[in-house]
Design a protein around this ligand. Structure first.
Ligand code: ADP
Ligand code: MG
Ligand code: MG
Length: 880
């Protein structure tokens, strides 16, 4: 079989689409050569050799040596040099190249083929002794450290000694004779270190380097990287052997790296750096300061390639054009100039920031390089998240305090506050605060909302703080274990810093870093390319995108991001407001219906106002309101003062209140007296809410002329009868309100599907439902039988060790929870073919979950405001 593929000099056996076989580097070298770009000839030993090598106890396939010899002699003929020839020696580079670029793989060895004989030939051919001996010592250094594993300090020591003896301080002051002494010193040292003489025969050098590349595929660094990035070991790496060209042969030579567009902003400019008279990785090594490519972007004291090497620069500009037209994407290029002639050594699709990816996609579509559909496909929806929040200015100075988990993206600066009430108070006065807690709980919600950002010292990516912060679009760093919080002293301590409440910190929720003081930020831009790409995405999207929102601020933010209605308004969140919590507690603690009605009377105007505000913002759009589904314990009074307050309001004594609270306490509130069970026990609660909804909707219809479409959602339904009973309550209130107002309004009544039983009997439930909305947070809990609040103890381990492929609260578990959704979709639509279907769990903002929603044919997804653009783009990609 064929193990070796040639490229260059008019004989190209590979193509760009053969990256699995040839690795990324090899495939693109062949592709560049075949479209006529100047690529030094060479050959690629395939990834299959790597696989065969490991399957056969580290032995190469029999035909390999012969095929390598043939390919090498083709290169010799092409360049008119011979490997190991003392007069006209061919030198090569040996370069690793896997399918995907992978740190941990062997570094490139340059100038291979040099020895005490061939160095003479190189000196004669270049007419430059110093260049030849410098190249030779570079080779021994690279080969010695990369292939033979000699510590690179040992080489540097010898150079230092030589400079000392010669009485010079700069490498550039060393003469040919000095470098010759360095070479001798290197060889002695390597022989001592390895117990063997440095290999002189070019053939041995070549096979040593090839063996080192294949050997590096299984080194610990590469193994770790593969494990973290899900790269199978069976992919293997390829080896590229390529004729050397020299960027270090004089002042008409150079080497450089560039991007065809600016990788950080995406601007269509040629972006890169080069060094005159330099080789290989000198540019990135930082020994000399690299210079810019284009004259237009050069500072006065800089020497741009455009003026220094104008011919090679023009050629490079043409290559840039050719490559972009050919690959139809931004390229990351490596090149070398030898005696004014340009050679291409690598190209690949360039890595870029989220902002650049957006701009490049839009501009390439406008330039006609790609179509709009392709542009929409190219931008990673999750990366958009970064663009919607302020980010730290990459150029700004910063002092790291500690690092935790990147729990919710965005950057925020503010004064340290250690409790939620204080956060709300200070924020109310216009202060930017950062809430710092050991952990957060539902009692902290108002403080989290008021804060610009949240830091916790304990908890993971699914901790309360992380989940709530993501939902609110607040930047959050969770589990920053390096920070110690002392609530009593009102201080935090980390890495030798002690900061007190009121001092400023900055957090970056995208990286998990926390900094001392404030760090300059860049505000997001929602216009321009962002708006354009969103418009294009909307053309391709089938599913609607709504938002989860219960405050006017969230609803407005979501509208700004393009939400097409509200998919989930959780009414219990409205009850946490300090002005209402008293009445809510009275309602819960009341001994009888009469007591409850008194409390509900107080709540009605608040609720009506809540809904009126939301309907006004969403005028003409659907708004799904979920009736009360509280984990009761979250509202129960605990402290004596709270008990006292409720007792007074209800005209009861505090002991009775304590007994009632004990009575209401549940062993397992998540599976307890909540959702429609509460609505069935205490119908007056849902009646009040339905009244508030209808009265609010009528008010807005009258005021704006655009009637909202309330979609009233009954939570935690498990049986048809439960929905039938609660729906009848709602319909009755509607009739009453409409009769009193002398007008009507279109509305829907449906249910959340969040219990396995509801999914299984969805066909029956659909008989009395106008819509289903999948509450996949609870559905995931109930299908898995795990509590999200307790999952932090084992779920991270499950995900890290691959017991579960992903956190099922982040990305929907297609096999289990997804199967349950499918059953419900089929059942529901069998009964009502036009049953409206949506999703309102956190999954509604997760791209892979959105793809699943498209597959099963949901009508809309609903997600937190800041995820709306992500969902719009992901929904478009899912439809394409
Ligand atoms: P990496 O994957 O780390 O970028 P490469 O194999 O691309 O490693 O090699 C790094 C650099 O070495 C290249 O950018 C180029 O400057 C230099 N190089 C590699 N092969 C050759 C060659 N045949 N002639 C001249 N320089 C080379
Ligand atoms: Mg490298
Ligand atoms: Mg490279």
């Amino acid at each position: 079989s064929k193990w070796v593929y040639s490229f260059g000099a008019g004989h190209n056996e590979g193509r760009a689409d053969m990256r699995d076989l040839l690795g990324g580097k090899g495939a693109n070298l062949a592709e560049m050569a075949s479209i006529g770009l100047p690529v030094p000839p060479g050959f690629t030993i395939t990834t299959e050799v790597c696989t065969a090598f490991y399957e056969n106890a580290r032995r190469y396939p029999d035909e390999l040596r012969g095929q390598v010899a043939d390919a090498l002699s083709r290169v010799e003929t092409a360049v008119g040099l011979r490997f190991g020839d003392r007069a006209k020696p061919l030198l090569v580079s040996v370069r690793s190249g896997a399918r995907v670029s992978m740190p941990g793989m062997m570094d490139t060895v340059l100038n291979l083929g040099l020895n005490d004989d061939t160095v003479q030939g190189l000196a004669a051919a270049s007419n430059d002794e110093r260049f030849a001996w410098d190249s030779y010592r570079r080779f021994i250094q690279m080969y010695g450290s990369v292939v033979l594993g000699v510590d690179h300090h040992r080489f540097e020591e010898i150079i230092e000694t030589t400079k000392h003896d010669a009485g010079v301080t700069e490498d550039t002051a060393l003469t040919a004779a000095d470098w010759q002494r360095v070479v001798a010193g290197y060889k002695d040292m390597v022989a001592q270190e390895t117990g063997k003489p440095f290999p002189e025969a070019p053939e041995d050098q070549l096979w040593g380097a090839i063996g080192a590349v294949f050997g590096s595929w299984m080194n610990p660094r590469a193994n770790t990287y593969r494990r973290l990035h899900d790269i199978p070991a069976s992919w293997g790496t390829a080896v590229n052997v390529q004729a050397m060209v020299f960027g270090n042969m004089g002042n008409d030579c150079a080497t450089g790296v560039c991007f065809t567009r600016d990788p950080s902003t995406g601007e269509n400019i040629f972006y890169g750096e080069y060094l005159v008279n330099a080789q290989g990785e000198d540019v990135v090594a930082g020994i000399r300061t690299p210079q810019p490519l284009s004259a237009a972007r050069a500072k006065p004291d800089e020497k741009p390639m455009e003026t220094v090497l104008p011919n090679a620069y023009d050629e490079l500009m043409r290559v840039r054009e050719t490559l972009e037209r050919h690959y139809r994407d931004m390229q990351d290029i490596e090149f070398t100039v030898q005696q004014n002639k340009l050679y291409m050594l690598q190209t690949r699709n360039g890595k870029r920031t989220a902002a650049a990816s957006l701009r490049i996609a839009v501009e390439m579509a406008n330039e006609g390089l790609i179509d709009r559909e392709e542009a929409v496909k190219r931008v990673n929806p999750s990366a958009l998240d970064q663009l919607l929040h302020p980010t730290l200015d990459p150029k700004a100075k910063r002092t790291l305090l500690s690092k935790g988990l990147p729990a919710s993206p965005g950057a925020a600066s503010g004064t340290i506050v250690f409790n939620a009430d204080e956060a709300e108070l200070r924020a109310g006065k216009g202060e930017a605060v950062v809430l710092v807690r050991i952990e957060t709980s539902p009692e902290d919600i108002h403080g989290m909302h008021a804060a610009r950002g949240i830091v916790t010292t304990r908890g993971g990516m699914t901790s309360h703080a992380a989940v709530v912060a993501r939902g609110m679009g607040r930047p959050c760093v969770a589990g920053a274990g390096g920070i110690t919080v002392d609530y009593g002293a009102q201080t935090l301590t980390a890495g030798g810093h002690v900061l007190r409440a009121g001092e400023t910190i900055t957090l970056d929720g995208a990286t998990g870093e926390v900094f001392v003081g404030s760090v300059a930020m860049i505000e997001p831009k929602l216009s321009g390319d962002f708006a354009t790409l969103m418009e294009w995405a909307d053309e391709f999207r089938r599913m609607k995108v709504r938002t989860n929102a219960e405050t006017p601020l969230d609803a407005e933010t979501a509208r700004k991001f393009g939400a097409e209605g509200i998919g989930l308004c959780r009414t219990e969140h409205m009850f946490f407001d300090p002005a209402r919590i008293g009445a809510v507690r009275q309602m819960i603690m009341a001994a009888d219906e009469r007591g409850r009605r008194v409390a509900l009377e107080k709540l009605l105007p608040f609720q009506r106002e809540d809904f009126t505000d939301l309907f006004r913002i969403m005028a003409g759009l659907p708004v799904t309101v979920r009736l009360l589904d509280p984990p009761l314990h979250e509202f129960l009074p605990h402290a004596d003062a709270e008990l006292e307050e409720v007792a007074q309001a209800l005209g009861a004594d505090i002991e009775a209140m304590r007994r009632r609270a004990a009575e209401l306490a549940e062993a397992n509130p998540m599976l307890g007296h909540r959702g429609c069970r509460l609505g069935i026990s205490y119908p007056e609660i849902y009646e009040m809410q339905a009244r508030a909804i209808f009265e609010g909707a009528l008010a807005v219809a009258k005021e704006t002329g655009a009637a909202p479409v309330p979609e009233i959602m009954i939570p935690l339904v498990g049986t048809r009868r439960e929905l039938e009973i609660t729906r009848a309550q709602v319909d009755k209130v509607a009739r009453e309100v409409f009769a009193a107002a002398g007008t009507t309004l279109e509305y829907l009544v449906g249910t959340m599907i969040e219990l396995p039983r509801a999914a299984l009997v969805a066909d029956r439930i659909a008989e009395v439902a106008d819509f289903f909305s999948f509450g996949t947070n609870d559905l995931t809990q109930t299908v898995f039988g795990l509590s999200r609040d307790d999952a932090g103890k084992f779920l991270p381990h499950y995900v890290e060790s691959g017991i579960l492929p992903k956190d099922p609260f982040v990305s929907i578990d297609v096999d289990g929870v997804g199967a349950m959704v499918r059953i419900a979709v089929e059942g529901g639509r069998k009964t009502k073919h036009d049953l409206k279907l949506g999703i309102c769990g956190e999954h509604g903002g997760d791209p892979s979950s959105i793809a699943f929603c498209e597959q099963v044919g949901l009508d809309y997804v609903s997600c937190s405001p800041y995820r709306v653009p992500v969902a719009r783009l992901a929904a478009a990609q899912a439809a394409l």
